[in-house]
Design a protein around this ligand. Structure first.
Ligand code: CP3
Length: 355
């Protein structure tokens, strides 16, 4: 195996980096004044996503400011329902609104295949970012996991517990399975095109994995993601893939047995020692600072950061948040965090040197 030139990719190859690579979920966004300035001039959030020059510029903004080890393409998981023919809009200050799928006939109106024509600007943005990205910085693409996408497509919006999607799955399991199948195929096709356009790795976001009982978790999260990973690797043999599941807890142990992701991104609620012993021993991990600790800053941020480094930095590890950065997070706190991670506390020894 030749050694990857980007530290994030070395971790995805299973190696431990002396200074863990760091990037943040939602690192491009409203907490950055330069994002807000661009956003104000744009017609809508989706127009921004579908304008390759703006999307590329926004992707690069946080990398310039904080020299993160990865850039994540500026876009949204809901461009996939859009490319399947569902109406998607983002209402100012309210989040996404879709034409909710309430019955089988609404499902039948979706395209049978993802319309790459609608996603062409995303692929173009990837090649623009590639051109300007420092050599050591990885470029990440992404998609939503089928379960998480389906919950938005059925509810038509985000809710506290994505109840409409869960109810639909209980009441109409066969139709729901068809929607999941459609989303598996769409995700495989979408991720493969992102690799072809130049991303180094992708992350699959299963933000709503934590609301399901174990059996449903297996059917709607584990199994579809396993199919996506296998099918993408058939097209792109060395495709590097990170799985993010929010709230999956101990379910992550069955997830890593079934899903051949290269790393698992942990949310902030998981017990650190449990994650080290049961996840990181088998797969590199990423995470998992509480976004509120970053918002709080100061001593609370340093304590929380150090606790994570002490547990995970002895093995293959990427520093990140446990979920997206909050819009009211001060830029100075992000600077403080990156400094702390990169000052690689001397007391953190590789796992194999620990007694
Ligand atoms: O991480 C990054 O910097 C890349 C860009 C990115 C966005 N959304 C930009 C965005 C990524 C990876 C996402 C993923 C996404 N989008 C998820 C999965 C991860 C997660 O955060 O849970 C989900 C569930 C969505 C759907 C979505 N998009 C919601 C619920 C919202 C509204 C909530 C909010 O934060 O406003 C969005 C909007 C959105 N996506 C914004 C950004 C920068 C804010 C739009 C604005 O500028 O008004």
């Amino acid at each position: 195996m030749t050694l990857a030139t980007k530290s994030l990719l070395r971790v995805l190859d299973g190696l431990r980096e002396p200074i863990p690579p760091v990037w943040l979920m939602r690192q491009a966004g409203r907490y950055l004044p330069e994002y807000r300035a661009l956003r104000e001039k744009a017609g809508s959030f989706l127009e921004l996503c579908f304008d390759p020059k703006s999307a590329a510029e926004i992707t690069l903004q946080p990398v310039r400011r904080f020299s993160f080890d990865a850039a994540i393409l500026f876009s949204d998981i809901l461009v996939v329902p859009h490319a399947l023919g569902q109406r998607v809009v983002f209402e100012e200050g309210e989040g996404p609104r879709l034409d909710a799928i309430q019955d089988a006939s609404a499902l039948a109106r979706l395209h049978r295949e993802i319309d790459h024509g609608r996603l062409e600007p995303v692929y173009e943005a990837i090649s623009l970012v590639k051109r300007d990205l420092p050599k050591a910085t990885a470029l990440l693409g992404f998609c939503g996991a089928p379960w998480t996408l389906a919950t938005y497509m059925i509810a038509g919006r985000g809710t506290d517990d994505q109840r409409p999607g869960r109810l639909f799955a209980y009441r109409h399991p066969r139709e729901f399975a068809k929607l999941i199948d459609l989303l598996v195929d769409a995700s495989v096709s979408y991720l493969s095109r992102q690799f072809a356009a130049g991303v180094d790795a992708v992350q699959i976001f299963d933000t709503w994995a934590g609301v399901l009982p174990a059996g449903e978790f297996h059917n709607w999260c584990v199994e579809p993601c396993a199919r996506i990973v296998t099918a993408v690797r058939k097209k792109i043999p060395n495709a590097k893939i990170i799985g993010f599941l929010r709230g999956a807890g101990t379910g992550l142990t069955s997830y890593i047995q079934a899903v051949a992701v290269d790393a698992v991104s942990l949310d902030w609620t998981i017990d650190l020692a449990f994650a080290r012993d049961h996840i990181q021993r088998q797969r590199p991990v990423q995470g998992n600072l509480d976004p509120l600790a970053l918002l709080a800053g100061g001593a609370a941020l340093e304590r929380a950061t150090d606790a994570i480094l002490e547990v995970f930095a002895g093995g293959p590890f990427i520093f990140n948040l446990g979920h997206g950065i909050l819009p009211d997070t001060p830029v100075a706190h992000v600077e403080q965090l990156v400094r702390r991670v990169r000052s690689a506390p001397a007391h953190i020894a590789p796992a194999d040197q620990k007694q």
